[in-house]
Design a protein around this ligand. Structure first.
Ligand code: ZN
Length: 680
């Protein structure tokens, strides 16, 4: 578990890096090969009225002709660009590296090709079976009591094996130039408390399938345990019910509780914290805990749970963590539950594709270094930084004109805005990965060695100043993020491709896409969460009470509006969980729109293109970015666990809140008219 960054869309952060050398300039334009149309008119379904259902209008025909492939749970602009980037560019880089004979040990080529080969060596994987994880399992089984067992899990955690709490190092929210040690809740196989307590029949079915899945996995491993599935579900349900709800984790003040390390012993005396931290490799004087009550309840739960149940739980965590790297029967069964049952994905991706994804995930920075050298034009940095400055200046004048905010708070908001920093493309320095031992016939050990490297990299930062140049995402990721403790926004190289950024498109399309995305990330600095951090990245209140009251009231209006939307039978958007993202979307669109208007000041207004005014094309640009088909299972998963509103409503719920949208398409008398919200 890493410190929270705020992303543009759902994804897992990848933090891996390589080699401390400066970047070279051997660059080619990213999309020199083909010209991508700015907006393809054939995607439009003109039988749908834009004011009623803008997604159905702008993307209706696209949706009809682009069904979800059997290997995917959703299919939209992000997925398509991600797949193209992997299957063409990343694959091309790997194939080229494979032609090198005996690359030097620890070089990017050796790490990448060694891991890739070990992933594809299914003969060795089958032959070795579960042998590589047996020593860890044996140590779990050998524990004499719960205290000894939990202490040992400090060792397991170095290798990504989760438990009821996780310890990590990151910037101290109240002293953002220094790193601190954090401890938070974790350890749920189904990821979110909702999956354990929701009574909807779809959830009941998933829990029943989960029990079967765990039973099968134990049986395949040859581990003799009575009813492992039921045991795990029962224990994890108890665990889930004492954890904070997902929206509560979005409250940075609530989850910041700095205590002396010695106090852990008073809060949860049944856990041997000293040994756990020692095994984990950390020496802590103070620790910032998410929730003291959780640790108290956990102490009781662990005390009341038989040792055998705790052992079964940790063996399950171990098996599940490495299941995808075990022989094919294990990853087929894991696919069945975690992809088919949970996300409605019908068919497993071919092994080669999975190998590329796995290298990309685990060695993202070594690959990213090669990726940007080949595909990222330096000129993009200048273009994007100009766009960011353009959005910043529009934001500043909008703050000046806000009716709901007082002058003293405006002053501070503008100070924070002026202090924003940004990163574009890829890191200025690369880390040295060369010490990782990667061998072409040892997949699980490779994975463990990478995990250990990542772990050591993380714990080495404890108590040291924050390195603000670090990246939380690899450059080939189709995403962007805002890091509140750095007061920065970050745009990896790969998002600067069509349909997000299209050098061949008219400005209006790009302003609705990449500028909307830039505005989105900037607005995160002023959403319900980000607004609690100041310009130096510290969690510190710079608002007057009256302004806080007004801002909270606007947020509540937004929350209620989104919570009223049912996305599929029985499941609504969670307005509390998605509040920050929804504020960022509305803010991003507004900033993008007015940045476009500003760019046209004193100029002749552009002629319509394909019958659409530039204002209309701005909104088409946004719709194009968020077009997406999703399985029902993925949709349910997203609204129950994720802080992003599903793509369809990032278009259909957000645009009608804007008068600018209604004016562009002549929408009159719609229900949204009475619900318009302007925050930023
Ligand atoms: Zn976001």
């Amino acid at each position: 578990m890493k410190k929270l960054l705020v992303f543009l869309m759902i994804t897992l952060p990848v933090t891996t890096a390589l080699l401390t050398t400066s970047c070279n300039n051997n660059t080619k334009p990213m999309n020199a090969e083909t010209k991508v149309p700015a907006f393809d008119l054939s995607t439009i379904d003109s039988t749908v009225k834009p004011c009623d259902d803008f997604d159905g209008y702008a993307n209706g025909n696209w949706k009809k002709h682009n069904p979800i492939p059997s290997t995917e749970g959703s299919w939209g602009s992000f997925d398509i660009l991600d797949k193209e980037t992997r299957e063409v560019k990343i694959k091309g880089i790997i194939k080229e590296l494979l032609t090198q004979e005996n690359p030097q040990k620890g070089s990017e080529a050796q790490l990448i090709t060694g891991y890739y080969r070990s992933y594809l060596d299914t003969v060795t994987i089958a032959k070795r079976g579960i042998t590589p994880i047996v020593p860890m399992s044996d140590k779990i089984v050998a524990a004499h009591n719960v205290a000894e067992l939990v202490s040992f899990t400090g060792e397991l955690a170095k290798y990504m094996v989760d438990g009821p709490f996780s310890v990590y190092v990151g910037a101290d929210d109240r002293n953002s130039t220094m790193n601190a040690i954090f401890m938070g809740q974790s350890g749920l196989s189904l990821n979110d408390r909702n999956y354990y307590e929701n009574k909807d029949s779809a959830m009941v079915k998933i829990r029943a399938e989960f029990v079967k899945h765990v039973d099968k996995m134990f049986s395949m491993a040859g581990w003799q345990v009575a009813d492992p599935g039921k045991t795990i579900l029962d224990f994890e349900t108890k665990l889930a019910l004492i954890q904070l709800k997902n929206f509560e984790l979005r409250d940075p003040v609530k989850i910041y509780n700095k205590i002396p390390f010695a106090e852990l012993k008073k809060i949860a005396p049944g856990i041997n914290w000293g040994d756990y931290y020692k095994n984990y490799g950390l020496n802590a004087d103070t620790v910032i805990v998410q929730d003291k009550n959780y640790l108290k309840s956990l102490n009781q739960l662990v005390g009341a749970t038989p040792l055998d149940v705790m052992k079964t739980y940790y063996r399950w965590q171990l098996l599940s963590t490495y299941a995808n790297l075990l022989p094919s029967e294990f990853n087929k069964e894991t696919f069945h539950f975690f992809s088919t049952v949970m996300y409605g994905v019908k068919e497993q991706r071919p092994r080669e594709e999975r190998a590329i994804m796995s290298v990309n995930r685990r060695l993202g920075m070594p690959l990213g270094k090669l990726f940007v050298a080949k595909y990222f034009p330096e000129s993009s940095k200048k273009k994007v930084s100009d766009m960011i400055e353009n959005v910043r200046s529009v934001y500043s004048s909008r703050i000046d004109n806000l009716a709901w905010m007082s002058a003293p708070t405006k002053e501070k908001a503008k100070k924070k805005l002026a202090a924003f920093t940004w990163k574009i493309g890829y890191p200025d320095k690369w880390k040295d990965y060369s010490s990782i031992d990667i061998q072409a016939d040892k997949l699980i050990e490779n994975s463990m060695n990478i995990a250990l490297w990542d772990h050591q990299d993380m714990i080495s930062k404890a108590g040291k100043p924050v390195d603000k140049s670090e990246w939380g995402m690899s450059p080939q990721t189709i995403n962007a993020y805002n890091n509140p403790t750095n007061n920065e926004i970050v745009f990896p190289a790969a998002i600067l491709q069509p349909p997000f950024f299209n050098p061949d498109a008219d400005d209006a399309i790009n302003y609705g896409a990449i500028i909307g995305v830039i505005g989105h990330e900037m607005t995160h600095g002023f959403d319900d969460q980000g607004a609690q951090y100041d310009g130096t990245g510290n969690l510190s209140n710079w608002w007057t009470p009256e302004d806080t009251k007004n801002f909270t009231a606007l947020g509540k209006k937004m929350e209620d509006y989104f919570s009223s939307i049912e996305v599929t039978k029985g499941f609504h958007i969670d307005g509390k969980l998605t509040l920050g993202e929804n504020i960022a979307d509305l803010g991003g669109l507004t900033l993008g729109y007015y940045a476009l208007e500003k760019s046209l000041e004193g100029k002749k207004k552009p002629d319509p293109i394909d019958g659409f005014t530039y204002q209309q094309r701005f909104f088409l640009g946004w719709a194009q970015v968020w077009r997406d088909n999703m399985t029902n299972e993925s949709l349910i998963n997203q609204v129950q666990t994720n802080e992003h509103t599903p793509a369809r409503w990032r278009i259909n719920a957000t645009l009608p809140l804007m008068k600018e949208f209604a004016d562009a398409f002549g929408c009159k008398g719609t229900a949204a008219e009475s619900q318009r919200i302007v925050i930023w």
